[in-house]
Structure formats: C-alpha cells, structure tokens
Design a protein around this ligand. Structure first.
Ligand code: GLU
Length: 473
C-alpha cells in the first residue's frame, strides 16, 4: 500500500517541478500574452491604436517587465477560461470578477477595481426593487459569468423561483440589447459596463444593486508555476494603486458615459462673442494656409477644446485641437499647447483624411465623413461604411453612414467588422455638433477685431450674400 502512495506523491511532485516558471517563461520569450474581450471596458481599437482599461493596465505591466504585450481576444467568457486552463495565455484581463468557483481553479491577482453587479430593466416596464420582487421574471446573464454563478447560489439559498438565461457571447452589451428589445425583462451587468454603455440604451435603468461590491482581478493560467509572476503582479498593482495610476486609468476609461460634451447653442453663441475674437485671426490664417473654410476650422476647434489652447483631457489629448501624442508626432507638431501648432496639426490631419477618402465622395458629405474619421479613426469609419452598404445604404452619404455608426457599439454588428468595437455614437454626436457650430458661425455676423476697412460696394450687399462671401474665404 505504501509504495503506490509514495509513487503518487512523487509523480505529483515531479509534475509540479516540471511545470515552467511563468515569470521566467515570459522573460525568455520577451512577451506577455494576455487574453481579453473586445469591449469598451476592456480592450478595443481607437484611431491611434488599441486602447481600453485592461489593455492600458496590462501594457504598463509589460513595460515594467521590459517585454512586449500581445493581446488576444475571446468571443466568450467560456473561451477565456478554456484558454487559461490550457496554458495558451499567461493571464486573463477581461473585467473578471473574483468568485469562489473561479478561485478554486485559477490563481488570481490582487483586486485592482471594485464594481457593483446591477439588475437592469426597461423603463415603462415593471421595476423590481429587490430579488424578492423579481419572482420568476427572466434574467439575462452571460454564460460562465460571475453573475450566473451568483444566481445559482441564490437559487439554493432562498430564491428557488429565480429564472435566467445564460447568453453565450462575451459582451454585456448583448444583455442590454435583449432587455432593450423586450426579449428578456431583466439583465445583470457590472456597474462600470452599464455606465459606459447607458447612453446607447437610454430606456434602460438600474432596478437595484445586486448584493455588495465585488473585486475585479486578473486570473493566471494554472498550467505554469505562477507564484513568482503573481508576486510581481501584486506588487505592481499595489504600486499602481499608490501612485495614482489606477485612479487615473479608471477616470479615463470609466469616468464618462459619453465623451462628447454637448454645449447648448446658447453657450456657444456666448463663447463666440467672448472667446473667438482673440483666436479668430490665427484660425483664419491657418485655414488660409490649408485652403479650408475658416468657419469649419473654428467649429472643429470649438468642439475639441472650446477654443482653449491650454485644454488638457485625462486621456492625454491636449491643446486647441486636442491632438493625441501620436497624431501630433505624425503631423510634425512640436508643442501641442501652442495654438498655431495645434491648429496646423489638426488642419493637416483633417486634410490628410479627406485626401484618403474615395475621390467619388462629394462635398459636403466628404467633409462630414472626414470629420467622423478624425474622431474615430479611418479604420472604424471604413467599417461603418461597409455596414452601411450591407444594410442597403449609400456608404458615400453622411446621412446613411451616420445611421450605421452606432452599430459599431453593438456586438452583433461589430464582431463582423475588421476593426471591432468603436464609439460610433460619439462620432455621430461629434460631427453633428461641429455641423451645428459651423452653421452658426457661417450665418452670424462676426464682428472683426480689426478696425473696419473702408466701405466697399460689397458692404452694401445684403447680409446673407456677404456671409456667403465670407464662407468662401
Ligand atoms: N464581471 C463579469 C464576470 O466576471 C463579466 C462582465 C459581466 O457579465 O457584466 O463574469
């Protein structure tokens, strides 16, 4: 009896010893391989490249380790855990909640975010205020999610009537979609995800918070010996918490529900009188250099920074035209806070985009489509145009593309595109705002800061005609 037991122990020991050390493995291959979900709260493409909370955090870790970061995406939570189990990736960074069942299967990091699971319903329908009131109303959750695990536990402990459907996709937007269309009356979704997506589903509201706050963690693969890598990650998370990086990333990625500030026409008109005169000569000059209508450049600058040359956002964009660092570099801008440099960078970038659009696209659609690409990136605009065409629309018309841009936020659509998720609704608001400001600028008589020139015949022309001439400048 003793020998087999000894052998078993020896085998277990040997297999443990034979397991690779995860940290050594990462260092030897010079690459950290991380699996995530393509979603607004985790990892997606922006015009300057990949972004998302998980991508940013994992990127910092890779940088500290002096290795490359390879992000992979999964189409379901199930797939994430399968890949992790098989040791195909080093860890999963995908907005994953710490749960008892997962903890038993996978090593996990220290928590780096706290979130609240929320039950969501559609306004106008019955709103339960607690689990007791849910009764047997059906609830949508993601398959293999922490929420499915919670529901199973709750059914055992006092809520036997609970009914739910586990959807196989990886994204909580699938859940919102189901509630919005009325297929399922309720869904459970994490607070950070709901906040980011709510503007897309204005009819959905939180019915009640489910339980208490939960921890978000990274899960490591059990296929390697992860003790040292885990120590390293935990020390990294503590440092990120202490030096404020975690707070900054949180604000940057979850702090807003809609990145575009909608300033009413009233504020705009006020700013036009108080702030524009100071910058108008420079805007006119730069517009002339780039053969643009200065009203358009002024409208873009207003949408970007409210004509504030020192504007800075938590996402690292800055200046009058709110250029990102990569765009500024590409456009040869040395100092983004210099108003002339910033305006020139923005104007050049817009011109570049316009040049890259198919020649057949006519004005003014050409300008509106270019502005959308200026905001969201050329790749995503192309995706929206392909979707437009697939739905029978005209991909060369802003009106049609505008209707399809928000689909880039819906999993059922963005999964079949080349560049994946994008804030399409935001791009629409961006362009529409600019069009609004542009038209006000064009049709208002903007008093010149210079002394009036001697009267010419033109000055006797009706106001509307004069404005038309201004527009041509
Ligand atoms: N946090 C969830 C989980 O770990 C995924 C996101 C969601 O279902 O809202 O399963």
């Amino acid at each position: 009896m003793r020998l087999p037991v000894l052998l078993l122990v020896l085998c277990a020991c040997l297999s443990a010893c034979a397991r690779k050390d995860a940290l050594d493995d990462v260092m030897a291959r010079g690459k950290l391989v991380v699996i995530s979900r393509n979603s607004p709260t985790t990892y997606y493409m922006e015009k300057d490249g990949p972004t998302g909370f998980e991508y940013a955090l994992a990127g910092q870790l890779a940088e500290e380790l002096g290795v490359e970061l390879e992000m992979r995406t999964a189409f379901s939570l199930t797939e994430i855990f399968e890949k992790l189990q098989r040791g195909e990736v080093d860890f999963a960074a995908a907005g994953l909640t710490l749960t008892g069942q997962r903890e038993a299967r996978f090593p996990h990091s220290a928590p780096y975010y706290e979130l609240m699971p929320q039950v969501v319903y559609k306004t106008g329908q019955f709103r339960p205020r607690n689990l007791g009131q849910v009764g047997d109303m059906e609830i949508a959750v993601l398959a293999d999610s922490s929420h499915a695990e919670s529901l199973r536990a709750l059914r055992e402990t006092g809520f036997p009537a609970l009914r739910w459907q586990e959807l196989p996709g990886a994204d909580s937007m699938d859940l919102l979609e189901q509630v919005d269309t009325g297929e399922i009356p309720l869904a459970i979704i994490d607070s950070n995800e709901f906040r980011v997506q709510q503007s897309l589903y204005p009819r959905l509201k939180v019915a009640f918070d489910l339980g208490s706050e939960q921890d978000m963690v990274w899960y490591l693969s059990p296929a390697a010996d992860s003790a040292r890598l885990l120590d390293h990650i935990d020390a990294f998370i503590t440092r990120m918490r202490e030096n404020g990086t975690l707070d900054r990333l949180r604000e940057e990625h979850f702090g807003h529900s809609d990145g575009v500030s909608r300033v009413g026409s009233h504020t705009f008109t006020r700013n036009m009188r108080s702030k524009l005169p100071e910058h108008e000569p420079l805007i006119r000059q730069v517009a002339r250099e780039y053969q643009m209508d200065w009203h358009l450049l002024a409208a873009v600058a207003y949408q970007e920074s409210h004509w504030n040359p020192r504007a800075v956002s938590p996402t690292g964009v800055r200046g009058m035209m709110m250029l990102t660092l990569p765009t500024a570099k590409e456009m040869g801008v040395q100092n983004r806070l210099h108003p002339g440099d910033s305006l020139r960078g923005g104007a050049r970038y817009l011109k570049n985009i316009k040049r890259r659009l198919p020649a057949r696209i006519q004005e003014p659609d050409r300008t509106w489509l270019a502005l959308a690409a200026y905001n969201i990136g050329m790749g995503h605009l192309e995706d929206a145009r392909v979707l437009t065409q697939r739905h029978g629309g005209d991909a060369d018309l802003w009106q049609d593309v505008m209707e399809h841009l928000p689909l880039l936020q819906k999993p059922g659509h963005y999964r079949n595109t080349r560049y994946g998720f994008a804030r399409g609704q935001e791009a629409v608001t961006y362009v529409q705002n600019i069009r609004h400001y542009y038209s006000i600028l064009q049709w208002q008589d903007i008093p010149d800061s210079k002394p009036p020139p001697p009267l010419k015949v033109d000055d006797y022309l009706p106001q509307r005609v004069r404005n038309l001439q201004l527009r041509a400048l």
